[in-house]
Write a new protein. Structure first.
Length: 507
C-alpha cells in the first residue's frame, strides 16, 4: 500500500482507488479552505508524505481540491534515494499536473510535465514554469501526477508540498508560433535535426540557444521534441527565420519506448501514459498524423530504462536509427532496420525510411550530430515531411559530409535515394556515390544480400567517387555507408554517413 499522510489540515491515512488496469492509483484528496479574504491575497500550504513500494503503478494521482479565488498553484517535492546494490535500480520519481478537467487519457486536463528534471513548479494564468502551460487556475479537483520511474527495493518515500496563492488572476498570453515555411532554395537538399530538448523538459538550453547552435551546425530545419509536453511551442517564434525552419513536436516518452512526433500542428499534445500491452499506441499515432505530424520511433535499441521500443513499427513513418554520437545500440538499430528492408522487398510491402538526430540536451551535446539531409521541394514543414516520409534522405555526422548517390541503367533511366530504378532483372545497373568531407572513410554498398562492395578508404581530402555495377537479380536494393577507420578488431568503424536505399527492379 501507498501510505500517505498530510500536514496542515490533517487528513490521516488516505484511501487508494485503482483507476485502470492497475496502471494508476488515485489517493484521497488534499483539501484547501476558500480564501478568508474573498480571494484578495494570502497563501495556504499542505504537505503530503507517502511511500511507494517496489512494483508501484506507473502513475499515482494526488487529487487537490482547489477552491475559488486561487491565482497560482505551486508544487514542490522531494524523495529519498537510498543506496542500492550494483545493477539494481534506485529511486526516480517524475511529476506533472492535470487541472480540473481530469486525468483521462488524451490529455484534456494536461497542464504540464517535468519528469524528474525539476523539484518544483508553478502554474498561473499569465505564466508557468517551463514544461507547464499558463492558464487560469479554476476551482475544482486538480491532480498532481507522480510517476515512479524506478523504485528501490526499500521503497520510495516522498514529500509533496502544495501551495495555493489567492488573488486576482493575470491575463493568459496569446501564443505566437513559428511560421511553417522559411525562404529556402527551391528543390534542394536541406539539413535538419528533429530530436532536440530545451529547458521545457530535461534539457538545459533555451530555445534561443538551440537556434544559435542549429545555425552554427549548418542546419536548415529543426523539430522541437521535449518530453511529454507541448509547453515550448509558443517560445520558438523568435528563433525561426528565413534561414531556419522550426517545426513543432514532442518526444512521447512511454515506459515501453520513445517516439518523436515530428512537425505537428502548434499546441498539439500527445499522451504518453500507456504501455504496449494496453493496445493504445495506434490511437495516439493517429493523433500525431491528424495533427499533421510524422510518427518516428526514437533510439529503438537504447539501453536506458523504458527506452527500448516495444510497440512494433506498423504505425511508423520513419525510424530514428542513429541517435547522437554513434554507439553500439545505433549499430544494432541500423542492423535491425536493414533486416526490415530485406523483409519489405521479399514480402512486397512498403518500407520504412531511416533518419538520424542528435537528441541533444545540454553542453557539451552537439546539435546536428547527426543530421538528416532531405531532398525537398522547399523549406516548408510539408515539403520536409514529404521528403522524410518518402525516404529521400541520408544521414551525416555533420554538415561537412555531403553525398550524391544514384543508380542508372536501362535506356538512360536514373533513380536517386528513396526511389526505384525500374529495370529488368538482368539489366546492368551502375551505382555511383560522390562524397566530400569524409577523410579516410571507407565506402560500403549494402544490399538485401549483405555488404557486396567495399571500396578503399577515401583520401585525406575526404572527397572521392565510388562506382559499382550490379543487377536487380543480384541486389533488390542498394544503400551506401561511410564508416570511419575501425580502431581495432573485425567490427566496422563508426558511421560517418549512410543513405536510405535505392530499389532496383520492377515492384
Amino acid at each position: 500500500m501507498c501510505d500517505d499522510r498530510a500536514d496542515g489540515n490533517a487528513i490521516g491515512r488516505r484511501a487508494l482507488f485503482v483507476t485502470g488496469a492497475a496502471a494508476a492509483l488515485t489517493l484521497g484528496s488534499v483539501t484547501f479552505a476558500a480564501a478568508a479574504d474573498g480571494g484578495r491575497g494570502g497563501q495556504e500550504t499542505q504537505t503530503v508524505r507517502g511511500t511507494l513500494p517496489p512494483g508501484a503503478p506507473d502513475f499515482v494521482y494526488v487529487p487537490v481540491e482547489v477552491p475559488p479565488g486561487v491565482r497560482e498553484i505551486k508544487v514542490a517535492y522531494t524523495y529519498d534515494k537510498p543506496s542500492v546494490p550494483a545493477g539494481t535500480p534506485g529511486n526516480a520519481l517524475d511529476i506533472g499536473l492535470f487541472d480540473e478537467r481530469g486525468t483521462d487519457l488524451g490529455g484534456k486536463g494536461f497542464r504540464g510535465w517535468s519528469g524528474g528534471a525539476r523539484t518544483e513548479f508553478f502554474v498561473r494564468a499569465d505564466d508557468a514554469t517551463p514544461g507547464y502551460l499558463p492558464g487560469p487556475v479554476r476551482a475544482g479537483t486538480w491532480h498532481v501526477a507522480l510517476g515512479p520511474y524506478t523504485v528501490a527495493p526499500q521503497g520510495l518515500t516522498y514529500e509533496l508540498t502544495i501551495t495555493l496563492t489567492y488573488g486576482e488572476p493575470g491575463e493568459t498570453p496569446k501564443p505566437a508560433y513559428p511560421p511553417e515555411r522559411a525562404e529556402g532554395r527551391g528543390r534542394a537538399w536541406y539539413r535538419g535535426d528533429c530530436h532536440l530538448h530545451s529547458w521545457h523538459s530535461d534539457g538545459r538550453r533555451t530555445p534561443a540557444e538551440i537556434g544559435a547552435l542549429a545555425r552554427a551546425a549548418g542546419l536548415d530545419f529543426i523539430n522541437t521534441s521535449d518530453h511529454n509536453t507541448n509547453s515550448c511551442h509558443p517560445h520558438w517564434a523568435d528563433v525561426a527565420g528565413d534561414d531556419l525552419l522550426v517545426m513543432l513536436g514532442e518526444e512521447v516518452t512511454t515506459r515501453n519506448g520513445h517516439v518523436v512526433a515530428l512537425g505537428t500542428d502548434p499546441g498539439t499534445f500527445v499522451d504518453w501514459r500507456y504501455r504496449a500491452r494496453d493496445n493504445r499506441f495506434g490511437k495516439f499515432a493517429r493523433r500525431v498524423r491528424q495533427a499533421g505530424g510524422l510518427v518516428v520511433p526514437a533510439h529503438p535499441h537504447a539501453t536506458c530504462v523504458g527506452c527500448n521500443w516495444k510497440f512494433g513499427f506498423g504505425d511508423a513513418d520513419a525510424i530514428e536509427v542513429w541517435n547522437g554520437p554513434y554507439t553500439p545500440d545505433d549499430e544494432v538499430a541500423l542492423a535491425d532496420w536493414d533486416s526490415m528492408l530485406v523483409a519489405s522487398v521479399r514480402e512486397g510491402r512498403d518500407w520504412i525510411p531511416a533518419m538520424g538526430n542528435s537528441d541533444a540536451h545540454r553542453d557539451p551535446d552537439p546539435v546536428g550530430m547527426p543530421q538528416t539531409v532531405v531532398l525537398a521541394d522547399g523549406l516548408t514543414r510539408q515539403a520536409i515531411q514529404d521528403g522524410i516520409r518518402a525516404g529521400r534522405s541520408y544521414v551525416a555526422e555533420s554538415a561537412e559530409v555531403t553525398l550524391s548517390f544514384g543508380a542508372s541503367g536501362g535506356r538512360g533511366r536514373h533513380a536517386g535515394i528513396g526511389e526505384r530504378l525500374e529495370v529488368d532483372r538482368d539489366t546492368p545497373v551502375s551505382v555511383r556515390l560522390e562524397v566530400s568531407g569524409a577523410p579516410h572513410c571507407t565506402v560500403r554498398f549494402v544490399t538485401d544480400q549483405g555488404v557486396l562492395f567495399t571500396a578503399a578508404p577515401l583520401p585525406v581530402s575526404g572527397a572521392g567517387t565510388v562506382e559499382w555495377r550490379t543487377t536487380a537479380s543480384y541486389a533488390a536494393y542498394v544503400r551506401a555507408e561511410l564508416r570511419h577507420e575501425a580502431a581495432a578488431g573485425p567490427l566496422p568503424g563508426a558511421l560517418a554517413a549512410f543513405t536510405n536505399p535505392i530499389f532496383l527492379g520492377h515492384r
